[in-house]
Design a protein around this ligand. Structure first.
Ligand SMILES: C[S@@+](CC[C@H](N)C(=O)[O-])C[C@H]1O[C@@H](n2cnc3c(N)ncnc32)[C@H](O)[C@@H]1O
Length: 340
């Protein structure tokens, strides 16, 4: 594999500004990708970085960084939902000074037709980021019509979810659906049938993204990563999250709000005990997400939908958190049902 890796990290300047002043301590980059954020942190004196990525394709990039930074850097090919175990098993410093999540796909994943993430190229239906139990092929060929519709509806917010699900089930009665372009054809057939004014890019992007989120159980991953992060950060430690999907941003906002003293407008779904001071362990510096500058969006189109949220830990408290407090159970339960 070529070691040329063209992923341009989104909002790197903003992340650098948030992490400044850098401390000597452990930084956890939960989504290593091409290592852009990891390298930025390692360029500062006395920092240590533990980087994770579920995709083993990125290991060669980590080896290049390892050579340069040696003992200050370690890469582990694992999911960030497993961070708790990784830290306890491996004798790492257990209270990171910062934890960073830069979600979504790297250019390396999306541009490789063999991975099947892109509706723009022909490839096998895979969409697995790494360490998966199921693939897009399983979703499209094995799920019943109701579950398919729910995925497109909940995760893709597509108004033609029912018809797309129906056409998929019809098509696969003749033969298995194996390629990304077969799926594209079905989506567009549904759109034409409904005579909707539709946008090919938007329609395909939404359906592909909804399948990808289920294949990689992305919402549950993020939820577990966030709760772990908040529990284990050191005091004054920072948690930084960049999302590319409205549902993920909603999840981050709700979790941060729950643990902060800024619970404005959230009383409808927060349990009473959240009014308790003990849950006020985060300081949210800005309630609005940080977005990329126009200049950055011009240079890197991926940045247009990025939303960055961050919080600083101000107090250490043990807590038991009920996921249902977030009012997002229908999404989590759908992920669980598919994985069951
Ligand atoms: C947008 S890229 C990160 C780019 C990186 N920040 C950089 O500067 O190059 C996202 C990466 O996160 C990885 N990833 C996504 N979900 C993950 C998870 N649950 N656990 C570990 N890695 C994950 C993907 O495989 C991908 O390589």
């Amino acid at each position: 594999m070529s070691l040329e890796f063209n992923h341009i990290p989104v909002m790197l300047e903003e992340i650098d500004r948030i992490l400044t002043p850098y401390k000597s301590g452990l930084y956890v980059d939960c989504t290593f990708g091409g290592g852009g954020i990891t390298k930025k942190i390692l360029s500062k004196k006395n920092t240590k970085v533990l980087s994770l990525d579920r995709d083993n394709f990125v290991e060669p990039f980590s080896k290049v960084i390892s050579k340069q930074y040696n003992k200050r850097f370690e890469f582990i090919n694992d999911k960030f939902s497993n961070l708790q175990n990784i830290l306890s098993e491996r004798n790492f410093q257990k209270t990171p000074v910062a934890i960073i999540f830069d979600l979504g796909l790297s250019s390396f994943q999306i541009d490789n037709p063999e991975r099947g993430f892109s509706y723009r190229q022909d490839g096998l239906l895979k969409m697995t980021m790494g360490k998966n139990n199921i693939s897009a092929h399983d979703i499209v060929n094995k799920l019943d019509q109701k579950n398919l519709k729910n995925i497109f509806n909940l995760f893709g917010e597509d108004r033609d979810s029912g018809l797309i699900a129906k056409l998929i089930v019809q098509k696969r009665q003749d033969k298995e659906i194996t390629s990304t372009q077969e799926l594209v054809e079905i989506i567009l057939r549904a759109k034409r049938y409904k005579n909707n004014k539709y946008n090919k890019v938007d329609s395909c992007a939404k359906i592909f993204q909804s399948i990808r989120m289920i294949v990689n159980k992305e919402l549950t991953e993020l939820y577990e990563g966030l709760i772990f992060g908040i529990k284990n950060l050191s005091i004054d430690g920072k948690i930084v999250v960049i999302t590319f999907h409205s549902l993920e941003d909603k999840l981050v906002k709700k979790v941060f709000d729950f643990f902060s003293n800024k619970k404005k407008g959230t009383s409808r779904y927060l349990p009473e005990n959240n009014q308790n001071e003990n849950f006020n362990i985060l300081n949210i510096v800005s309630r609005k997400p940080v977005v990329a500058s126009e200049k950055e969006v011009k240079k890197n189109n991926r940045a247009r939908s990025a939303k960055l949220r961050y919080a600083i830990k101000i107090k250490d408290n043990s807590f038991e958190f009920k996921r249902s407090s977030l009012n997002l159970e229908k999404y989590f339960q759908l992920e669980e049902a598919i994985y069951a």
